[in-house]
Design a protein around this ligand. Sequence first.
Ligand SMILES: Nc1ncnc2c1ncn2[C@@H]1O[C@H](COP(=O)(O)OP(=O)(O)OP(=O)(O)O)[C@@H](O)[C@H]1O
Ligand SMILES: [Mg+2]
Length: 234
Amino acid sequence: MNARFDCFITGTDTDVGKTLVSAALLHTLTQQGVRCAGMKPVAAGATLRDGTWRNNDAESLAAAASVKLPPDLVTPFLLRTPASPHIAASIDNLTIDAASIAAAYRKICAQTDAVVVEGVGGFRVPLAQHYDTADMAVQFGLPIVLVVGVRLGCLNHALLTAESITARGLKLAGWVANTLDTTMPYFVENVSTLKAMLSAPLIGVIPHLPDVSAASAASHLDFSCLPGWPGKQS
Ligand SMILES: Nc1ncnc2c1ncn2[C@@H]1O[C@H](COP(=O)(O)OP(=O)(O)OP(=O)(O)O)[C@@H](O)[C@H]1O
Ligand SMILES: [Mg+2]
């Protein structure tokens, strides 16, 4: 049996590049011939196209994956409203629950050797009354990759997120610095500060990309520091 590589992608905030990094990871795994798929268990914000509700993140992950899956496995909770998931779910008359997410993940694992799970927003986004994104990450129990959107305030957000990951008994396995703001003063100093203060290795720095794609992001990232990375001696 092949060894598995699975990880959970979180971010310092919404819109910081989680999908871009998840797709880059899947692109790299696909290039290496690994049977891989993405999962976006909860997605808030969908558009109706050709009679089907679709979400951009789920579609980006599917495009970079080597194993094609039914959309309702990739995203067991596809919510129509672009809002915090617990609010979007109540508008759709749904309750997000851990058991449905676990069942979909088990089915995906049965068809793959690698799964990249993208979280929602930041690390502590509420999903239901007693269930948030951190609970979901604990349920998966996977090594965590933190995407830091490098902008003013990111040091605090990154350090708080790292602290929260550790407090939940999870492993911060690596982090990515993503260039959201090309004009940010002291960019290098901010990245160096996090390099010194975060316990996990820096996977890479993604510059602001003129043509955003999984392949172009992947060319700036070295995932081989991640535990269980295919081809790496354990
Ligand atoms: N390095 C970059 N260069 C240029 N554009 C980028 C870069 N990183 C991200 N973007 C763009 O910023 C937007 C947000 O990125 P992305 O969707 O990956 O964030 P996210 O954290 O997954 O957001 P969400 O919280 O909605 O899931 C996208 O339009 C993406 O193409
Ligand atoms: Mg996303």
